[in-house]
Design a protein around this ligand. Sequence first.
Ligand code: PRX
Length: 566
Amino acid sequence: MNLHDARRRRRLSWEQAKRDLGYRDGDPLNLGRLCADRHVDEGRGERVALIHEDHEGQVRRYTFRDLMELSNGWARFLSDQASVCQLDRVCLFLDRTPELYAAFLGILKTGAIAEPLFPVFGEDALTARMLDSGAAAVITSRRHLGKLRRTRSRLPDLRTVVVVDAEPGGQGLRQGEMAFRMEDHRDARFSAAATHAESPSVLHYTSGTTGAPKGALHVHGSVFAQYLTSKVVLDIRDDDVYWCTADPGWVTGTSYGIIGPWSLGATQVVLDGGFSSERWYGTIERHRVSVWYTAPTAIRMLMKDGLDPVRRRDLSSLRHACSVGEPLNPEAVRWGREAFGLWFHDTFWQTETGAIVVTNLPGMPVKPGSMGRPFPAVEAAIVEPGTGVPIAEAGRVGLLAIRPPWPSLMRAYWNNTAAYYGKFLNGWYVSGDRASVDDDGYFWFCGRDDDVINTAGHLVGPFEVESALLEHPAVAESAAIGKPDPVSLEVVKAFVALRPGFEASEELELDIMNFVRKRLSPLAMPQEIAFVDRLPKTGSGKILRRMLRARELGQSAGDLSTMDGG
Ligand code: PRX
């Protein structure tokens, strides 16, 4: 069926997802059960859910029955032995191991809230997120235990650290740390908590311009949006092998790396390990990947390695490809055509929206450089900043806005009601991205309306970087901006004024870079540091990041007068 067909677009609604999933309003709903047990109950238990390839290339396969039993084991252990209660926040601080995926579902089965954390986070990044959420437990591996131990004294609510690969008998563990070997704890039955569509499920932290990162809280009913968009946008079908390249530390890796595909009962590939074009093409070839969801930075990195590595492989299994997280440049779309004979379909959404809201549907003509059109069950518009009044005129830039409610819209920012309500204006959820719409209803991304840095599809808050910089003994003042980068879209650039007694040098620059990398993450590490005497500020002492950015882009001071909020 051609989804571009107008009748079909009109008919698509979240109700269809509910019908497909056999859900009636008011029914109990538990994401852990829905993504695993339901498939066993409905006779699909022996279907492969997860093809897992570890960093050494070893492949293991898990069926939906395995997922059910392993997540039951997690749920029983967490509630009976780790004293996890409903609505407790349980962090996942793991590489992309099978434990991460089964534990995510197990946490949801207990009625607790899963809080995935990116495994490269350093101590400050971890502390900020776990302190704000008041996390009661964290699941980790020996590799990451040291970082957690160093944060523990700052986390009064943290009761239990679960280690998935501890020595037999838990040797070497300290008080408050527990060993849990997943494979020893399969359980055929666990009666999942009686959660419903509005029960909290997942807490994802995301960076803003000001203040610490904010926790976007989602509910079990988000699945109606993730299910329908996985089916219609990603076009995942029964016989597909699907590969989402994102880590569950970021929302793409949970909404479309766990919930979406497994709510459909699809087989998905997970690759634990870093990027290399050889390894990525090998993954597609070896596992006959047919649907691929990735990001523009990854595509640009593949482009850099040229067509030869593509030609050496049989990638004929690929049928559909999508992209998310940053603007997908027209060259990348054209290269995708040449390399794989496929259009990369751009999709737009955010941690807060929980699921794709603007997109190129399969079968719809792609305009390279455009994000596509609103998903058929979604109402989107470009609105005036300040008033939230929709702009009718094609081509005029305003703020991209979505009409609430929809199933996967966040229900709160954890501990931050004011910031949550600040996202709504004149009956719209306002994304904070600038965009325009053309005569055919296609949306075009122009840029963010704030100072958040988008590096390789990951948002980095300048405030978090600046706070980390200020902890360095040599730093008196700091500012962080996004500097345009041909591969990663932007990289972090820092401006630093030194304390008396410190001299700018290459060694000091490296030392400060490493300091931020360790405390926050490699993504947040400045790739460049400019030592300055002082930083430009407003009368009230606020650092003018936009002036620094304008200078960086070679714009004149005159251009600044046209910059909003400067
Ligand atoms: O600025 C937009 C950019 O990424 C932001 C959302 O980031 P995050 O909450 O981390 O979620 C990323 C994965 C959904 C947006 O506000 N962004 C996302 N998709 C696109 C995009 N920018 C341009 N084009 C896109 N397709």
